[in-house]
Design a protein around this ligand. Structure first.
Ligand code: C2O
Length: 462
């Protein structure tokens, strides 16, 4: 039973056993696949030469959730075996950090905050006053946008778009990967900010237990289905078990956590109620089940209808850019985009592209569309269409497979907002203003963040 770290009973030893096992793993030979550094390097590392199964993490792809579920499963077995070696209980399980419940649970648990003179194995340096107990902002911890997506497969859907299985860091992240997953990584800063070091922070594993729990919760809801496409269910990845032997798992081995993997989640954390799904009369997202296998080079059917005329530089403060809508494309549509979205004839997407920077800042930005000047927090939240965070930006320029390197990309559907603005007579078919606001922290003048550049912001429809 994976339990909520914030509601463990008084005197509970789950975290004390975890800390002791982490310390023991840190003491192991770094060539031992059950050592702390080896396990973290299986996610990703700057260390060379590469050892077996290193740099395996899957991001920006529909394999994100499955790979991390497998990774956590074997890591938990290694910790449990180590806990037992130290005379601890044989039913030890990873707790989860259920920040999405808000309130005090949006703070990192106290056991992770204090170095205790170097004796606390759960401590790591982190940014944004996290170790001082500053709570994660709502916009960063909320999975509500992900839970509003009824489908797993697709770059703007819950679980991510179809990609090949090789290497990592594609540009088809699902909503749950972006919010809260990536946003929490970036906001925690320190080791967590960079995929090459993230799994060295002991909170990584509780963060991922929560992401895995959110997947479990989402897939338990009526109408929600995990992929059944052969390329997903047959995809095999290998890991090291507690005895150091290599073990493979496939997608079809891990969809039933209780039946196949032997664990469940304590369910005492409220999951936000998602907004109502879009009416079924809308054109469905195209990347549905495809029995022939993935076609990663297949062009997207989204039609471009406008794009920004200049790059945007982000330095830790608010920035805006206008996206003019192309008049001729509008004419050929015959009707206003706002009107067509309102009548459920079109879906509208916003794409933030060619995001580049040498180093990830600790800042997560909210992406706002047509944000009114002086908007209250509540009004602003209804104009927020997604987040921009930079987990993996260091890898964005790496070539992957047959795809050209092109920086990070974030794709969000904005149909519900367009429809609402149209109803309020606040939608303009000539231009859209996109604003990036730092969440929780703004860089003071003269203390810029490491710069990040956005090449293009564009608007498209299906
Ligand atoms: Cu592969 Cu949270 O990272």
């Amino acid at each position: 039973m994976r339990r909520n770290v914030w509601t463990l009973p008084n005197g509970d030893q789950t975290l004390a056993h975890y800390a002791a096992a982490v310390r023991k793993m840190m003491d192991r030979d770094p060539d031992d696949p059950t050592s702390w550094s080896y396990q973290a390097a299986m996610h990703r590392t700057y260390v060379t030469p590469k050892k077996p199964l290193w740099n395996g993490c899957k991001h920006g792809t529909w394999f994100f959730l499955s790979w991390h579920r497998m990774y956590l499963y074997f890591f938990e077995r290694i910790i449990r075996a180590t806990v037992m070696d130290l005379n601890g209980p044989g039913d030890w399980a990873l707790p989860f950090w259920g920040y999405d419940a808000g309130g005090i649970q949006a703070q990192i648990p106290p056991a992770f905050r204090d170095p205790e003179g170097g004796t606390n194995a759960l401590f790591a340096p982190r940014g944004n006053l996290i170790n001082q107990g500053k709570p994660l902002p709502f916009e960063i911890f909320s999975p509500a946008k992900a839970f509003a997506r009824p489908q797993f497969v697709g770059a703007a859907e819950f679980g991510g778009g179809i990609t090949p299985d090789d290497d990592s860091f594609w540009n088809a992240a699902g909503l749950i990967e972006r919010e809260p997953h990536n946003a929490v990584h970036t906001h925690l800063g320190g080791l967590m900010r960079d995929p090459h070091t993230a799994a060295q922070d002991p909170i990584f594993w509780l963060h991922h237990a929560n992401i895995d729990r959110l997947w479990f919760e989402w897939s338990s809801r009526p109408g929600h289905e995990n992929p059944t496409d052969p390329p997903w269910i047959r995809q095999k990845y290998s890991f090291f078990d507690a005895d150091g032997t290599k073990k493979p798992l496939t997608g079809s081995d891990i969809v039933d956590i209780a039946g196949q993997l032997g664990y469940t989640y304590e369910s005492n954390v409220p999951i936000p109620v998602p907004p109502p799904p879009l009416p079924p009369s809308l054109v469905p997202e195209m990347s549905m089940s495809n029995p022939q296998g993935p076609e990663p080079t297949r062009p997207e059917r989204r039609e471009l209808i406008g794009s920004s005329q200049r790059p945007v530089r982000l330095l830790g403060r608010a920035e805006s850019v206008d996206v003019p809508i192309d008049e001729r494309t509008m004419e050929s549509l015959g009707r206003g985009l706002g009107a067509m979205a309102a009548e459920a004839q079109r879906r509208v997407y916003l794409s933030v592209e060619n995001i580049e920077g040498d180093k990830s800042p600790d800042t997560v930005y909210g992406i706002y569309v047509n944000l009114p000047v002086g908007a209250s927090d509540e009004l602003a939240e209804s104009h927020r269409v997604g987040n921009l965070s930079f987990f993996g930006i260091e890898l964005a320029e790496d070539p992957r497979g047959t795809e050209h390197p092109h920086g990070l990309r974030v794709l969000v559907e904005i149909t519900p907002l367009v429809r609402w603005l149209e109803a309020e007579n606040a939608w303009d078919d000539r231009t859209v203003r996109v604003t990036f606001l730092p969440l929780g922290f703004t860089a003071p003048e003269g203390e810029d963040d490491p710069p990040v550049q956005i090449g293009r912001v564009s608007l498209g429809y299906t």
